[in-house]
Design a protein around this ligand. Structure first.
Ligand code: NAD
Length: 435
């Protein structure tokens, strides 16, 4: 892996406007991340343009009948960033702020993540611009089914396999699986992962992403001589990812001192009672008002003294505005894209170790891969077997990128991109161009 200045084909054309736009947004961040690794790609750099252009993007209208008898329209997206290494794979997000740029970036990060842990997938992502909290259960089901039907042209067990992401869950996956199956005339369990266990889902999938965050966090802590028992941990987002990570760190003896969600921030120096906090959030919809904890202003979360900070909510939370204030030794990115490139540089200068999303939250897609394999073979594994294989893959991936980071004196994120881009572009190179 010798750095080179090759920048791509001779006549690289300017990127289409929709790919250039929004340079401060998530897609712009991805482009900057690719530019950073290009000098390390050697001859394969001639293919780097393929990473800067998603392979296929579908924008769909999702009209549904509301309970009040009127019709509402929502915008849906499915982006397949790259399929050189296998079918597209990536979650579906329901959020009022979802944009095409965001879904493009998330799909690209899935390409990198899947290659980094070496599962045989490309990268894809989907989303609907909707606030699911404003919908009844029936409306949510209708939105899900119509969206699935609209993107049905390009998804499938060997084409592109959606999974849960922000505000989507096992029930949503069950509706997606059923809709796709009805349309193709056969039960196709392998079209989505993250399904209920009673419907071809995998044991261990629900906790997999948070367990992955915990696994790589503990392994990295060992490497930098940070003892997890007694360590202070701050977590942003107490959902599928942050909730499980908080629980596992607390069970390992860490003090989870601060938790922030969309509606509140709670702090307790001696450590929050995580099972009680999870129960409170489930009952009240937020951590806000948790008894026995101090309520902090939202921005004060970034000043909390801690050893480990886990952003596990949304993108672009750690920016140049707050990166200089963080008091953590290590950041474990549970969320996708929580740290901007400028913030990355500030943290690196300050000696804060960042475990990048593309490794740190890869536990979810790794167990999704196990689920897909189990569905194809109709043979299901025990939870112990799944967790063992998960830990082995994540530790192996971390070990590889750690070595590359040391070899090139780069951050773990750049090292992960180097490893992943090599794998993707090597596949591209071997396949060649059609026609
Ligand atoms: P979730 O919907 O289960 O939970 C999201 C959490 O973030 C909630 O606690 C919510 O209150 C909080 N939150 C939302 N907006 C916030 C804000 N502005 N400030 C602070 N907190 C806020 O979602 P999730 O599945 O846990 O996903 C969280 C992140 O992890 C996302 O970036 C997602 O892409 C990423 N991720 C998820 C998975 C997975 O398997 N679920 C896998 C890989 C990556």
């Amino acid at each position: 892996m010798t750095p080179s200045n090759a920048t791509g084909p001779r006549a690289a054309h300017a990127l289409p406007s929709y790919l250039q736009a929004d340079h401060l947004g998530p897609w712009g961040i991805f482009l900057q991340q690719v530019d950073r690794v290009t000098p390390y790609l050697g001859d394969l750099a001639r293919w780097v343009e393929t990473l800067k252009r998603p392979k296929r993007m579908l924008i769909v209208d999702v009209p549904i009948l509301l309970d009040n008898g009127t019709v509402a329209h929502f915008e849906g997206y499915r982006v397949q960033h790259n399929t050189s290494r296998g079918p597209g794979k990536g979650g579906v997000r329901f959020h009022q702020d979802v944009t095409l740029s965001e879904v493009m970036a998330l799909s690209a990060w899935m390409s990198i993540k899947n290659a980094a842990v070496n599962v045989p997938y490309g990268g894809a992502k989907g989303g609907i611009r909707v606030d699911p909290r404003q919908l009844s259960l029936g409306e949510l089901e209708r939105v899900t089914r119509r969206y699935t039907s609209e993107i049905g042209l390009i998804i499938g067990p060997t084409k592109d396999i959606p999974a849960p992401d922000v505000n989507t869950n096992e029930q949503v996956m069950a509706w997606m699986m059923d809709t796709y199956s009805m349309n193709v005339g056969e039960t196709a369990t392998g079209v989505v992962t993250g399904k209920p266990v009673d419907l071809g889902g995998s044991l261990g999938r629900r906790d997999a992403t948070g367990r992955g965050v915990f696994t790589v966090g503990v392994e990295a802590a060992r490497r930098i001589g940070l003892a997890v028992p007694g360590a202070a941990v701050a977590v942003q987002g107490l959902g599928n990812v942050g909730g499980v990570a908080a629980r596992l760190f607390a069970e390992a003896g860490a003090r989870v001192v601060a938790v922030q969600d969309h509606a509140g921030t709670v702090y307790r120096e001696a450590g929050l009672d995580i099972p009680a906090l999870l129960a409170h959030a489930a009952a009240h919809g937020s951590v806000a008002g948790f008894p026995g904890a101090e309520a902090l202003a939202s921005d004060a979360f970034w000043d909390v003294p801690c050893d480990i900070l886990i952003p596990a909510a949304l993108e672009q939370q750690i920016t140049e505005a707050n990166a200089g204030r963080l008091r953590a030794r290590m950041v474990i990115e549970g969320a996708n894209g929580p740290t901007t490139p400028l913030a990355d540089d500030i943290l690196r200068e300050r000696g804060v170790l960042v475990l990048p999303d593309v490794i740190a939250n890869a536990g979810g897609v790794t167990v999704s891969y196990f689920e897909w394999v189990q569905d194809f073979s109709s043979f299901f594994w025990s939870e112990e077997e799944i967790n063992e294989r998960l830990v082995k893959i994540l530790k192996g991936a971390l070990d590889t990128v750690w070595q590359v980071a040391e070899e090139h004196r780069v951050s773990l994120r750049t090292a992960t991109f180097i490893v992943a881009c090599h794998r993707i572009l090597r596949a591209r190179d071997l396949r060649g161009l059609y026609p």
